[in-house]
Design a protein. Sequence first.
Length: 207
Amino acid sequence: MRKLFSLVLLFCLVLLLPIQPPRVFAQGLRIPGPGGATAAPATTDLVTSFNLINGQASNFDASLGAKFVVGGSTIHVTALGRYTWTGNSLSHTLMLTDSSGAHITGGSCSVNLSGATANQANFCTLSSAVTLSASTTYYLVSSETNGGDEWENSGSDTATWTSAVGNMQYAYTVSAGSDPSTMTDVGGPFGSGLTGAGYGPITFKYY
């Protein structure tokens, strides 16, 4: 009798357990985590490697970076980055603009290089992902100051980036500060992975 009672009690407990819906895994699908939270998609760094020499400068009040063309697929940018040279210690506004220099809504953040690890890119996170359309031209620039942090300024430097971007070329503003109302393209355009990642250099994370 006691054994039968235990079996009945176990059966009732099983019935009271919450039923978990099956998880469906598919490419590009966000999978709910514990408590219903949505897991962020995995991101990729645009620039996969830097090969930089001693070509730094800090003699310009401007926004410096690169003009680039998105490849054949739309991408979603989650963070913006600037390479950190030894001795860099200031904050820099990183900004995405369209081909006319107009700000991309939500496409700006500030990266603080004080105490940041040198000889790699350091990132600031956007408040939400910014969508960049396929086969479309954009700029990514970093605000720089005369006598401030050094940035890359050598056409001999090289970088390798993913196929998310078809080509890149150096670019800067002719106006001071972080408002790229007028952009000037320098050199290039360079084929994917051949040379240059823009002044800075700059990069971003995307999915």
